[in-house]
Design a protein around this ligand. Structure first.
Ligand code: PGA
Ligand code: ZN
Length: 430
């Protein structure tokens, strides 16, 4: 049997922020595949555990223990298994770990192997990764996703005073992914000009996800700048907006250390109750073409989520990131509480491909949208581009059309679109 796993090996490599992460390789007699794990900065407290060494190396961020868990514990037991049986391989690693949040072996250790094994299976089957993921998730409808491109960075991803983390453009009116990418790149370059004209050439540095990070603090100002750039590029009819507030980061205390009373938020240095914050979002939705709003409230502020979704869920995607952490149990709770209507799918929040697929399927079957997502600490691995197409998710958030760890995903989508030829379908989401 040629799809028998002959070996697995991991190593410590660097991510896009210059921090260590895990890369794994898995091989059969005839093939070898490799994959790299991403890492977040505004991580949710309910995410699976990313194992870091916390010793003198790399300011405590080394992943030598996770690498050793792959090489010494996982590898031995995985050898001999069939790489096309993803459920069995992932199930085995989950059992071997034995904890609720993968804290023994590390979600980064388990995910690196899970990703590498799925890619190996695709090679063994002689199909592109997205087709293999289609098989695993029982999806036959491949879709080129609408990208959500974070063109202006704030929060913990940038050194400015903006509390809201991400301001995104969604080229939903394009006819193909290639056109979507072209439109986005043109808006991005025009945004650079708009920012330079208003704030000078010192203001065009970029943040962790490749978006500009000018010295702003008013939450609506980025939306004005982006609207000016869209107009300058002549793409008003084709581009919508998205926002990821990442509100867990300004809940009860903001990044500048300003504290609020229990249950309140701090926006632009001003304390807001969840109700007031909701009104502020409502004004934004009335004033700008926003179609997607992520993590508008903190990760355990369930009442605020439910009341926001009740009020605005009919006109905007209410996306759960820190709220859901790609975890079926939290998705089930959110369904019951009607707390959101879209899953943000991050493979390293849960730590295996099988569980990521289960989270996507439950969401889709429940009538939600699914947006596959990168992390702010990324790698050159384009895995999530294939994942988005294979799942038929219709949406992918992978940063600005700038910096190679982000464009690696978009460029992979160009290749997939080309390969699908006249069968390629660009998702109609908004
Ligand atoms: P993170 O940011 O990867 O730093 O968590 C991305 C997001 O919040 O969506
Ligand atoms: Zn988010």
């Amino acid at each position: 049997m040629s799809s028998k796993i002959e070996g697995v090996r991991a190593r410590e490599v660097l991510d896009s922020r210059g921090n260590p992460t895990v890369e794994a390789e898995a091989w059969t007699k005839n093939s070898v595949a490799r994959a790299m794990v991403p890492s977040g900065a505004s991580t949710g407290v309910h995410e699976a555990l990313e194992l870091r060494d916390k010793d003198a190396r790399f300011m405590g961020k080394g992943v030598a223990k996770a690498v050793s868990n792959v090489n010494k514990t996982i590898a031995k037991k995985i050898v001999g298994m069939d790489c096309t049986e993803q459920d069995a391989v992932d199930g085995f690693m989950i059992e071997l770990d034995g904890t609720e949040n993968k804290s023994r072996l590390g979600a980064n250790a388990i995910l690196s192997v899970s990703m590498a094994v799925s890619r190996l299976a695709a090679i063994e089957e002689g199909v592109p990764l997205y087709r293999h993921i289609g098989r695993l998730s029982k999806n036959k409808k491949f879709l080129l996703p609408v990208p959500s491109m974070n063109v202006l960075n704030g929060g913990v991803h940038a050194g400015n005073k903006l509390d809201i983390q991400e301001y995104m453009i969604l080229p939903a009116g394009a006819k193909s992914f290639r056109e979507a990418l072209e439109i986005s790149a043109e808006v991005y370059q025009n945004l650079k000009t708009v920012i330079k004209e208003k704030y000078g050439k010192d203001a065009i540095n970029v943040g962790d996800e490749g978006g500009f990070a000018p010295p702003l603090s008013r939450p609506e100002e980025p939306l004005d700048l982006i609207m000016a750039a869209i107009e300058k590029a002549g793409h008003e009819k084709k581009v919508k907006l998205g926002v990821d507030a990442a509100a867990s980061e300004f809940f009860e205390q903001d990044k500048n250390g300003r504290k609020a009373a229990k249950g309140n938020y701090v926006l632009e240095g001003v304390e807001l109750t969840p109700g007031r914050l909701m009104e502020r979002y409502g004004q934004m939705l009335d004033s700008y073409p926003i179609v997607s709003l992520e993590d508008a409230f903190s990760q355990d502020d369930w009442p605020a989520w439910s009341s926001f979704t009740g009020r605005y869920g009919g006109r905007v995607q209410v996306v759960g990131d820190d709220l859901l952490v790609t975890n079926v149990k939290r998705i089930e709770k959110a369904l019951k509480e009607k707390a959101c209507n879209t899953l943000l799918l991050k493979i390293n929040q849960i730590g295996s491909i099988t569980e990521s697929i289960a989270a996507a399927r439950l969401s889709m079957e429940s009538g939600w949208n699914v947006m596959v997502s990168h992390r702010s600490g990324e790698t050159e691995d384009p895995y999530i581009a294939d994942l988005a197409v294979g799942l038929g998710a219709g949406e992918l958030k992978a940063g600005a059309p700038c910096r190679s760890e982000r464009t690696a995903k978009y460029n992979q989508l160009l290749r997939i679109e080309e390969e699908l030829g006249n069968k390629a379908v660009y998702a109609r989401m908004f």
